[in-house]
Write a protein that binds this ligand. Structure first.
Ligand code: ADP
Length: 712
C-alpha cells in the first residue's frame, strides 16, 4: 500500500459528474485501495474515468495489477447485488462466480489484445442471489501507460439476456404453433404443449388439468416430466389449502419459489412436498363457466421464477385454450354438418313415405268406383298419410320459425289439464293402433299457466306420440298433470325401449335420433323434441328426459311456471278451433286460387255442405265476380299471378258495402308476419294450406253466425 498523500485541491474535477455513482466514487476512501487518492491517478485513468462517468452506456475500468474496478451507473445495475461492494474491488473478486470464464479473457486484454465478444453466456450464482443464465456483448480495450505497458483495461458492455430470452420464447411459441396446428385432438395438443414448455423451462414436470364443473375436482390427464414420477390422477383443489384454491379460482397465477420457505407448516404444503414439488407456477384458466383448466410447472428444488417465465406460462395457457376451443367448435360444426346430411336423407325419405300409399290409394280409388266400403277404407288411409305429411312439414316450418326468432306465442291463461286432454285426443289413434294402455291422471283443481294452448298441445302430443312410438305394442303409458309450489308439471312415462344415459342430453339436439332405436315407419325426423324443448323454453319452462337405460322405459317431464289464475278464465280458453256443424242456411262462397286442383277440391267440400260456390283463378276474375255474385265468404289465395291476394282484398275493402264479406286468406306460409300482413290488407281470417275440411267448416259456420247478426 502506498503512503497517504495529501490531496491537492482542484485536481479531482474529473470526478464531478457520474450521477449516483459519482457520489459514491467521490466518497470512497481511495487512499486505502491500491489506486491511491484520485488526485494522484495517472492521466489516462483520470481521462477514462471522466469519459466513463459522462456516458450512459454500461462501462467499467479494471486498473493496475490488482485490476481494481471503477464503473458507471449503467454498469452498476448490471452488477445486481454486487454493487456497491464492487467499487474499488479487484475484478476477479467481484466476478468470483464466473472467474473461470472471464479471467482468461481479462488476462488476454492485459497482455495487450483488444477483445470483442459478440454473445457470451455466463451461469451466474450470486448476482441476484440465485443461479441464473445471463448473456452479454462486450469489448475489452487495453490502456497503456507512458512506458507502453498495459496499465488497465477499459470495458464497454451490454447485457442481452432479455432479448435472448425473448427470442427463445418467440421460437418456443412458434414451435408450439407449428407442432400443434394440424392436431385435432385436444389431449394431443396438451401433450405437445406441456413437453415443449417443460423442456424450455428446464422444469421437473409440466402438467395440464381439466377442472370439473363445480371447480373443486381436477384431473391431470397427462404430464411431461424430466424423468420424475408422473402426477396423472384426480385431485381436490381444496387439498392445496384455501389460499391457493381461492387464488386459482379467481384466475390469479400461483407462483411459489420455495414451498418449504413460503408454506412451511401451512395447509397444502404437504400436498406439494408429497409430489416432490418445491417450486411451482400454476396458471388457471377461467372461462364463463368459472375455473376450467390449470397448467402447472413444477420444480423439484426451490427456484426463483423470472417474471417473463410466469408470463410465458400464462401465454401458453391462453393460446392452447384458444386452440382447443377452435378444435372443439370445428368438431361441433363437422358433427352438425354430418347431422344435416343425414337429416336431408331422412327428410327425403320421410316425405316420400306417405307419397307411395297416396299414389296407390288414388289408383285404387279409380278402380274401386262404386265399391263404397273399399273407397271409404282407402280414403281413411289416404287421410292418415296426408296427416303425417302435413305434420312433418308443419314441424319443419315451426322449427325454422323458432330458429329465426319469428315464432310468436298467443298467450292466454290456460289450464294444463285441458291442454293435456286435447293432446291425449290427438295421440289416441296412435296409442290405440299400437295397443298401448294409457292412463291419465289430472290434478283436482285447475293447473293454470300462461301460454299458447296450440303450442302446448303440440309439445305434449309429441311426448305422447314418442312414448307410443318407442314402446313395444301393448305397453303402459301414463300422463300426469300436477302442480307443486309455483310450478306446474306434466309427466309422460312409458315402459318402452328407454334411452341410454349418455344419450339423454343428445335427444333434444336437432336431427338427433338414437342410433340403436329400430327405424320404424313411425320414427320421424328427429326434430320433434328439439321443437318441444324450444317451445317449452319460450314459455319459460324446462323439459327433462330420464331413463334407467335401454329397455327400462323413459320419463319426460315438462315444468312450467304457474300463472296467477284469473277468475273465471282459468279454463276453456285454450284457443283450439272447434269444429262446428254445417251451416243451416246456404251461403254464397267464392273460391279464388290459380291451382285448379285446390279450387276443385275446395269447391267440392263446400258445395257438399249445401252451399253455393263460384270459382275464380285470377284476381281480376275474382273482382269481376264479386259485384254480381255478392259472396258471403271468399277463400282467397295470396300467391296469385299479377294481382295478388293482398291487392284483391284491398280492392274489395275499398268498396263501400264490402264489410260483410268474410275474407279468408289461403297461404303456404303461416308465419305470424304473414298473418299480420293479411289482416292489414283487410282479411278477416288466415288459413295455412293445405286446408282441412274441419277448418273450412268452422269458417262457414262462423260466417253463418255473422250473417245472422247482420243480414245482408
Ligand atoms: P323422432 O321421434 O322424430 O325421431 P324426436 O326429436 O321426437 O324425433 O326424438 C328424438 C329421439 O329420441 C328419437 O329418435 C328416439 O330415439 C328418442 N326418444 C324420444 N322419445 C323417446 C321415448 N319415449 N323412449 C325412447 N326413446 C325416445
Amino acid at each position: 500500500m502506498s503512503d497517504p498523500i495529501v490531496e491537492k485541491p482542484g485536481t479531482t474535477s474529473f470526478l464531478s459528474g457520474g450521477g449516483e455513482i459519482g457520489v459514491l466514487i467521490r466518497e470512497l476512501d481511495w487512499a486505502s485501495t491500491p489506486l491511491g487518492p484520485p488526485s494522484l491517478w495517472p492521466q489516462q485513468l483520470q481521462t477514462l474515468t471522466a469519459v466513463m462517468l459522462g456516458s450512459g452506456h454500461p462501462m467499467f475500468i479494471a486498473w493496475g495489477p490488482e485490476r481494481i474496478m471503477i464503473y458507471n451507473d449503467g454498469y452498476a445495475s448490471l452488477l445486481g447485488m454486487k454493487h456497491p461492494r464492487a467499487l474499488g474491488t479487484p475484478f476477479e473478486q467481484v466476478w468470483s462466480d464466473i472467474a473461470g470464464d472471464v479471467s482468461p479473457i481479462m488476462d488476454r486484454a492485459f497482455d495487450g489484445h483488444a477483445i470483442h465478444m459478440g454473445d457470451i453466456t455466463f451461469l451466474m450464482r450470486d448476482r441476484h442471489g440465485y443461479p441464473e443464465e445471463a448473456h452479454f456483448t462486450f469489448s475489452y480495450t487495453p490502456v497503456r501507460d507512458g512506458d507502453e505497458d498495459v496499465a488497465g483495461v477499459f470495458c464497454a458492455c451490454t447485457e442481452t439476456t432479455e432479448s435472448v430470452f425473448a427470442l427463445r420464447r418467440l421460437r418456443l411459441l412458434d414451435e408450439m404453433n407449428q407442432r400443434t396446428r394440424s392436431l385435432s385432438n385436444p389431449q394431443e395438443v396438451m401433450q405437445v404443449t406441456s413437453r415443449l414448455l417443460g423442456e424450455h423451462l428446464q422444469a421437473t414436470r409440466c402438467a395440464y388439468a381439466d377442472v370439473q364443473t363445480g371447480g373443486n375436482r381436477f384431473t391431470i390427464r397427462d404430464d411431461w416430466t424430466d424423468g420424475a414420477p408422473s402426477t396423472i390422477g384426480e385431485y381436490r383443489l381444496d387439498d392445496f389449502g384455501p389460499r391457493i384454491a381461492s387464488s386459482l379460482r379467481e384466475g390469479r397465477t400461483l407462483v411459489i419459489q420455495d414451498v418449504r420457505g413460503e408454506y412451511a407448516g401451512a395447509e397444502g404444503a404437504e400436498m406439494f412436498l408429497a409430489m416432490g414439488v418445491e417450486a411451482i407456477i400454476c396458471c388457471p384458466l377461467v372461462s364463463d363457466q368459472g375455473l376450467t383448466a390449470l397448467m402447472a410447472v413444477h420444480n423439484s428444488i426451490p427456484r426463483v421464477w423470472r417474471p417473463d417465465e410466469v408470463r410465458l406460462v400464462e401465454t401458453v395457457v391462453e393460446r392452447s385454450w384458444a386452440h382447443i376451443q377452435k378444435i372443439r367448435s370445428e368438431e361441433k360444426l363437422r358433427a352438425q354438418d354430418a347431422y344435416k346430411d343425414e337429416f336431408l336423407a331422412t327428410l327425403a325419405h320421410e316425405l316420400r313415405n306417405p307419397l307411395a300409399p297416396l299414389r296407390t290409394g288414388l289408383e285404387v280409388l279409380d278402380l274401386a268406383q262404386g265399391d263404397a266400403a273399399k273407397s271409404r277404407e282407402v280414403r281413411a288411409m289416404m287421410k292418415r298419410q296426408l296427416g303425417v305429411m302435413v305434420r312433418l312439414i308443419d314441424d319443419l316450418l315451426d322449427l325454422s320459425r323458432v330458429g329465426r326468432g319469428l315464432m310468436e306465442l298467443r298467450e292466454h291463461q290456460i289450464d294444463l289439464r285441458i291442454v293435456a286432454s286435447s293432446a291425449v285426443e290427438t295421440s289416441r289413434p296412435l296409442m290405440n293402433s299400437r295397443g298401448h294402455h294409457l292412463s291419465v291422471s289430472l290434478a283436482d283443481e285447475p293447473v293454470t299457466v300462461k301460454g299458447d294452448a296450440t303450442r302446448m298441445i303440440q309439445v305434449l302430443s309429441n311426448l305422447l306420440n314418442n312414448a307410443a312410438k318407442y314402446t313395444p305394442p301393448g305397453g303402459r303409458i301414463s300422463l300426469t298433470v300436477d302442480k307443486r309450489d309455483d310450478i306446474a308439471t306434466v309427466c309422460v312415462v312409458d315402459n318402452g325401449i328407454g334411452i341410454p344415459e349418455e344419450k339423454l342430453g343428445d335427444i333434444f339436439e336437432m336431427f338427433r335420433q338414437i342410433g340403436s332405436t329400430p327405424r320404424s315407419s313411425e320414427s320421424g325426423l328427429g326434430i320433434g323434441l328439439t321443437l318441444a324443448r324450444k317451445l317449452v323454453e319460450m314459455h319459460g319452462g324446462t323439459i327433462l328426459a330420464e331413463s334407467d337405460g335401454i329397455g327400462m322405459g323413459s320419463t319426460f317431464t315438462v315444468s312450467l311456471p304457474l300463472a296467477v289464475a284469473e277468475t273465471g278464465r282459468s279454463s276453456g280458453d285454450h284457443g283450439t278451433v272447434r269444429v262446428a256443424p254445417s251451416a243451416s242456411e246456404p251461403l254464397r262462397v267464392l273460391v279464388v286460387d290459380d291451382d285448379e286442383d285446390t279450387v276443385l277440391l275446395m269447391s267440392m267440400l263446400i258445395s257438399m255442405r249445401g252451399h253455393e260456390v263460384e270459382k275464380a283463378s285470377t284476381g281480376k276474375e275474382a273482382l269481376a265476380t264479386v259485384p254480381r255474385f255478392r259472396p258471403h265468404v271468399m277463400f282467397l289465395d295470396i300467391g296469385l299471378p299479377s294481382l295478388d291476394g293482398y291487392d284483391v282484398a284491398r280492392a274489395i275493402r275499398e268498396q263501400a258495402d264490402s264489410s260483410s264479406i268474410h275474407l279468408v286468406a289461403l297461404t303456404g306460409w303461416g308465419g305470424e308476419e304473414d298473418k299480420a300482413r293479411a289482416l292489414e290488407a283487410g282479411f278477416d281470417r288466415h288459413l295455412t294450406k293445405p286446408v282441412d275440411g274441419a277448418s273450412i267448416a268452422a269458417i262457414l259456420s262462423e260466417t253463418a253466425k255473422r250473417n245472422r247478426r247482420s243480414p245482408l
